[in-house]
Design a protein around this ligand. Structure first.
Ligand code: ATR
Length: 312
């Protein structure tokens, strides 16, 4: 064998997959397959590079082929929101779908996971795609578990107001942070995010720009893509804010394990965590949604860490 693991596949094996464009970097198969095996499920988790123009056809094909469900990653999360048949509250609230569960209708008229129709008994009278968002809750869970920080009443500086930054800002506001400072290269995105939060969560104080230098912060979050590539500038301007005045720093980036942002923050005395937990917890929640079972998140974490950091 040359590093490729053999997964037993039979005619009864059921499938999940992650769709993205590109997809080669995805750690999702590496974390889901060992968990599914440990749960005693004859399931396999695959990865497909799907162009956005093909997404509608691929979703319909996976539904027809009896797939259990799908994960969506960049650039499909917004597109999928408009393509599924039914939106869970999480998907409606955060405006993006990263998890689809395929469902069938039983003879009593109830929707249930399509994998529960095993092909030998009753066939579903109808099928549908049910969209969820497990990304938003994963941010909060990662911060709570890895930084030991409950967000209610806290002051947070959020760097980045792109796709990930927007969902994080809304989710932090839903968690009742007291104060949010929004910083982004394109200022207009901060302004529209501020209006969105003011409408949905009027109790949260939102500022565009850095706090005063001496302001104590509970948390700085990097939700920009800066740090992914070697030589990237820092995601924040150290002349505007001293991270020594913040207690915690969270970087959504998980590769490298210690990003330049986290290095500077930890040198300044912050407690730090990288984005691996977010990736892990969105996956744990997706597997819970598909299976309805307790998921071994320790196995998923070990598999993911092994996959991402083994080579580095
Ligand atoms: P994602 O879905 O991962 O959030 P995105 O929506 O493209 O991806 O957002 C990328 C984030 O990184 C944005 O906040 C982006 O700033 P802009 O909104 O101004 O584009 C930020 N970003 C990317 N490259 C940057 C750079 N060179 N300097 C500053 N910010 C950058």
């Amino acid at each position: 064998m040359t590093g490729i693991e053999f997964n037993r596949i039979g005619a009864g094996t059921r499938y999940c997959a992650v769709l993205g464009h590109p997809i080669r970097h995805s750690g999702s198969p590496a974390m889901h397959n060992p968990a599914m095996a440990a749960m005693g499920l004859d399931w396999n988790y695959l990865a497909f590079d799907v162009h956005p123009d093909d997404l509608r056809a691929v979703l319909a094909g996976a539904l027809s082929m009896g797939f259990i469900g799908l994960n969506l990653t960049v650039p499909h999360k917004l597109l999928a929101h408009g393509l599924v048949d039914h939106l869970d509250r999480s998907a409606r609230q955060w405006g993006a779908v990263n998890t689809i569960r395929f469902e069938g209708m039983d003879s009593a008229g109830n929707w249930k996971p399509v994998w529960q129709f095993d092909g030998t008994g009753e066939a579903p009278s109808a099928r549908r795609m049910h969209g969820f968002n497990t990304d938003a809750d994963a941010v909060v869970r990662a911060i709570r578990e890895e930084l030991d920080l409950d967000l209610e009443g806290r002051s947070v500086l959020l760097l980045g107001a792109g796709g990930a930054g927007r969902v994080a800002a809304l989710r932090l506001a839903a968690e009742k942070v007291a104060r949010l400072y929004l910083v982004n290269r394109t200022l207009s995105k901060c302004e529209s995010l501020r209006s969105e939060i003011a409408g949905l969560f009027p109790g949260v104080e939102v500022h565009v720009g850095y706090p005063e230098k001496s302001t104590r912060l509970d948390l700085i979050v990097n939700a920009t893509s800066l740090g992914l590539r070697e030589g990237d500038p820092l995601p924040f301007d150290a002349s505007q804010y001293d991270p020594g005045n913040a207690a915690n720093a969270y970087d959504m980036i998980y590769q490298p394990v210690r990003t330049p942002f986290l290095r500077i923050a930890s040198d300044a005395g912050c407690r730090t965590a990288n984005g691996l937990g977010m990736l892990l917890y969105q996956g744990v929640a997706a597997l819970e949604i598909w299976s309805g079972m307790q998921v071994p998140d320790d196995i998923m974490r070990r598999a993911l860490e092994d996959h991402i950091y083994r080579a580095s």
